[in-house]
Design a protein around this ligand. Structure first.
Ligand SMILES: Cc1cc2nc3c(=O)[nH]c(=O)nc-3n(C[C@H](O)[C@H](O)[C@H](O)COP(=O)(O)OP(=O)(O)OC[C@H]3O[C@@H](n4cnc5c(N)ncnc54)[C@H](O)[C@@H]3O)c2cc1C
Length: 446
């Protein structure tokens, strides 16, 4: 029997605050390991990811893809006369899918008998949490409260306030605007730029950096810039000052007219009330500091997901499971190879840190060499894989159709220390996009 099994029925082994991907995965994994657990969520299960982030944005992207395919029909000999695009249905469907995904999470928690209470948790001490004036006690406390959009400060005029929306609020729009300025060309800003451009919305992106997706490989930035601008999006970079007016945004004396301004300038951490009672150390960016085991400086207190710099839903899920294992007595270091995907058009996916040594080898191929890409007329893409001197995969970037699916092969190679040759011992089916790995093999000398 697990030593952590509920010793007193009044004290939970674990209380998890926040029911996003991090909190849900932690709570379920705790139950699977025989721990008693209470999950506290103040809004809806699934957090940002399910309700306002990953799921609705990718549902909208899927609708945009149908539109894109319809537009490309003529090339295949199908001349569709698109008479009506009911964008209200796009939003409606995004909401429906998000609601269904949240419901599925609830069913998943029920399947494991996870006790859930809805309300805002206030931390009294590391052993006690208050919700709606009731005190709940625990041996381990897990904080999984995530992030919210960073807001623009000092907006006091109502006509300007009405123009501004944040990515999380996009779903509450009654209808899509005809023109938008997107402040911030990071991952979320770029995804919205891609969506809005495909929808035929006049789109301007404004970024303070020299290029959009500035934290990524310039290859990604160049590809996306090219794709967006050829489809009519205007990108303004190195913008040091901009002013929002009721008509749009002014940059260097020019007014970029827009009905709405989507502010995508980053996220800020959401800390539960009373967190200061714990004396937790923070990282320079304000996230809760954790060590390589995912422990905080306070024994028995854990932080997972975005609040601990997770920044992706799948990392949040991995954090949650790992901490449950830790609490159940398996003290391993947290180790994953993180893939990340940007759901733009074309899709961008990467893994590993690109740092090239003189002995490294760079493998590069274009999608136009790939049979399936040719068959499907989706040849706008590239793959670049960096190998170390032993032929092991160090990092990779894929830009193009299904990039997000393809990247996992390379993550598995990194995780299992496979050489690229090992990976290509597998003959990928023909014709598939994955065959691009077999075609890269030709660049390696025996
Ligand atoms: C527009 C957008 C698109 C995104 N797309 C992707 C994507 O495609 N892929 C990807 O991997 N990531 C994506 N992300 C990021 C992803 O959503 C986050 O990394 C993920 O949601 C983090 O999970 P979490 O559990 O740490 O936090 P969250 O999802 O933020 O969940 C935290 C939960 O805690 C609850 N909470 C907060 N305070 C309290 C309290 N005091 N008491 C009780 N409950 C509380 C909140 O209500 C919330 O439900 C996207 C984000 C955005 C904004």
């Amino acid at each position: 029997m697990n030593t952590y099994q509920k010793k007193s029925k009044d004290i939970y082994d674990v209380i998890v605050i926040g029911g996003g991907p991090a909190g849900v995965s932690c709570a379920v994994e705790c139950k699977r390991r025989g721990l008693s657990v209470l999950l506290i969520e103040k809004k809806k299960l699934g957090g940002v990811c399910t309700n306002v982030g990953c799921i609705p944005t990718k549902t909208l992207k899927a609708s945009c893809e149908v539109l894109q395919i319809a537009r490309e029909g003529k090339y295949h000999g199908i001349d569709l006369d698109i008479k009506n695009i009911d964008t209200n249905r796009f939003i409606e469907r995004a909401k429906e899918v998000a609601a269904e995904a949240s419901k599925q999470l609830e069913d998943y928690c029920n399947q494991y008998n996870v006790e859930i209470i809805y309300g805002s948790a206030k931390i009294i001490s590391k052993e006690s949490v208050e919700v709606d004036q009731k005190i709940f006690r625990c041996r381990n406390l897990v904080i999984a409260t995530g992030t919210r959009p960073r807001k623009l400060r000092n907006i006091s005029k109502p006509d300007i306030e009405n123009m501004i929306i944040y990515p999380d609020e996009f779903w509450s729009l009654k209808e899509f605007p005809k023109s938008v300025v997107i402040l911030g060309g990071g991952v979320i800003g770029s995804e919205f730029a891609s969506l809005c451009t495909t929808l035929g919305i006049t789109t301007y992106v404004i970024d303070t950096h020299e290029r959009i997706l500035s934290a990524l490989d310039p290859l990604a930035s160049d590809f996306l810039t090219n794709s967006l601008t050829t489809r009519g999006c205007t990108i303004l970079t190195s913008v040091k000052e901009s002013a929002i007016t009721p008509e749009g945004v002014v940059v260097n004396g020019t007014l970029y007219r827009a009905e709405k301004v989507i502010v995508a300038i980053g996220r800020e951490f959401v800390f539960p009330e009373g967190i200061e009672n714990l004396g937790l150390e923070k990282n320079p960016n304000g996230a809760i500091k954790t060590n390589e085991y995912l422990e905080t400086n306070i024994p028995g207190v854990y932080a997972i997901g975005d609040i601990a710099n997770g920044m992706y839903a799948h990392v949040a899920t991995a954090h949650g499971k790992h901490v449950a294992r830790l609490i159940a007595g398996h003290r391993d270091k947290f180790k994953i190879v993180t893939p990340f995907v940007i759901y733009t058009y074309p899709e961008i996916a990467a893994t590993g840190i690109k740092k090239i040594e003189p002995t490294d080898k760079i493998l590069f191929a274009e999608f136009k060499e790939n049979s399936r890409a040719m068959v499907e007329a989706r040849t706008n893409g590239v793959v670049e894989v960096i190998l170390d001197k032993h032929g092991h995969v160090k990092s990779a970037i894929i830009i193009g159709h299904y990039a997000g699916e393809l990247i996992s092969y390379l993550c598995l190679a990194i995780l299992n220390k496979l050489s690229f040759r090992d990976l290509c011992k597998h003959q990928f089916p023909h014709p598939t996009y994955s065959e691009i790995f077999n075609s890269l093999e030709k660049y390696i000398k025996d």
